[in-house]
Design a protein around this ligand. Structure first.
Ligand code: AKG
Ligand code: FE2
Length: 268
C-alpha cells in the first residue's frame, strides 16, 4: 500500500500502484475533519432510523444473527450538501481524471457502518460488479490490464485493525478472478486510515469489511468511480429530484453521467 500526503507530485507512482502494485493508495489528511464530522452525523442519523438496507457478502453475519450490526446508507447525493462537496474534492478529480478518463462518473455512493460486534464481509471484488463468479456471463479474455473502475473510501471513524478497516489482498487485482474459499488469504492487509484521509483501491482487488472488535462504531463512505461508458451499479439518478439535477455543480453533473449522451434515442 502506498501512503502519501496531499503534496504528492508523482501521479504515475499512484496510478501504477492502483493498477499493478498493491492496488491500494492512501492519501493522508485530505478533508477538513469538521466536514467529515458533519457527514458522519448524517450517516448516523439515517443508519439509526432507517430499516436495514440492501447490503452484500455477509453470509457469516447472516448465519451468526449479527447482520443488524452492519448497516448501509445509500444515495448519499440526496442526503446533504456535504456529500456533493466531499466527492468533488480536487484530489479525487485530479487522480480519477487520469485513471478513468476526464469524463469519469460515479457508479455508487453509500456509507457502510459496522457497529461493535459486526462480523464483516467475505472477500470479494467490486468490479466488474458483484457477480463475476457467474464467469460464463462475461466476455472471453476479460482481464485487468487497464482500469475500468476505482473505489474510494472516506473514513468517518477511525478505521483500525480492531475496528474492521477494510481488508485487501495486495496485488490480487492483477488476476481478475473472483476469490473462493480455497484461496490463501494469509497475506491479508488492512486499509488502516483516519477521518480526513482518502483511500483509493482497485475494484478488482480482493477485499472486504473485517469484524469490528472495538468498542466504537466504524463508518466509512464508499464510492465507486467508473469510466463514462460503464453501467453503474447503483441507479443514482432516479433517486434525485429535478431541483437537485438542475442545480448541482458541473462536477456532480459529470459524476451523475449527464455529460455522456448514450444510450440515446436515435429515431423520432
Ligand atoms: O465496509 C467496508 O469496509 C467495505 C465494504 C465493501 O467492500 C462493499 O460493500 O463492497
Ligand atoms: Fe466491496
Amino acid at each position: 500500500m502506498l501512503e502519501l500526503n496531499t503534496s504528492y507530485t508523482n501521479h504515475k507512482e499512484i496510478l501504477d500502484e492502483l493498477l499493478t502494485g498493491s492496488g491500494v493508495v492512501i492519501i493522508k489528511d485530505v478533508f477538513d475533519t469538521n466536514k467529515i464530522e458533519e457527514a458522519r452525523q448524517i450517516v448516523n442519523k439515517f443508519a439509526d432510523n432507517e430499516d436495514q438496507k440492501e447490503t452484500h457478502f455477509n453470509a457469516e453475519a447472516e448465519s451468526s444473527g449479527t447482520i443488524h450490526l452492519q448497516q448501509r446508507v445509500w444515495n448519499l447525493f440526496g442526503k446533504g450538501k456535504v456529500f456533493s462537496e466531499l466527492i468533488t474534492h480536487n484530489i479525487i478529480f485530479d487522480l480519477m481524471t487520469k485513471f478513468l478518463g476526464t469524463e469519469f462518473i460515479c457508479g455508487s455512493y453509500c456509507a457502510s457502518r459496522l457497529l461493535p460486534g459486526a462480523a464483516g464481509q467475505e472477500p470479494h471484488i467490486d468490479y466488474p460488479y458483484w457477480d463475476l463468479y457467474n464467469h460464463e456471463t462475461f466476455p472471453m479474455g476479460l482481464n485487468s490490464s487497464f482500469p475500468q473502475n476505482c473505489q474510494a473510501t472516506i473514513p468517518l471513524d477511525v478505521c483500525s485493525k480492531l475496528s474492521g478497516a477494510t481488508a485487501y489482498y495486495p496485488g490480487s487485482q492483477k488476476k481478475l478472478r473472483y476469490p473462493n474459499k480455497n484461496d490463501d488469504f494469509s497475506n491479508l492487509k488492512q486499509m488502516v486510515a483516519n477521518p480526513g484521509d482518502l483511500v483509493f483501491f482497485n475494484g478488482n482487488c480482493w477485499h472486504g469489511a473485517m469484524p469490528n472488535k472495538s468498542d466504537h462504531q466504524r463508518a466509512a463512505i464508499l464510492i465507486e468511480f467508473l469510466p463514462k461508458y460503464i453501467k453503474p451499479v447503483e441507479d443514482l439518478v432516479s433517486y434525485l429530484d429535478d431541483r437537485f439535477k438542475n442545480n448541482c455543480s458541473k462536477r456532480v453533473s459529470q459524476l451523475l453521467g449527464f455529460n455522456y449522451p448514450y444510450p440515446k434515442i436515435l429515431v423520432i
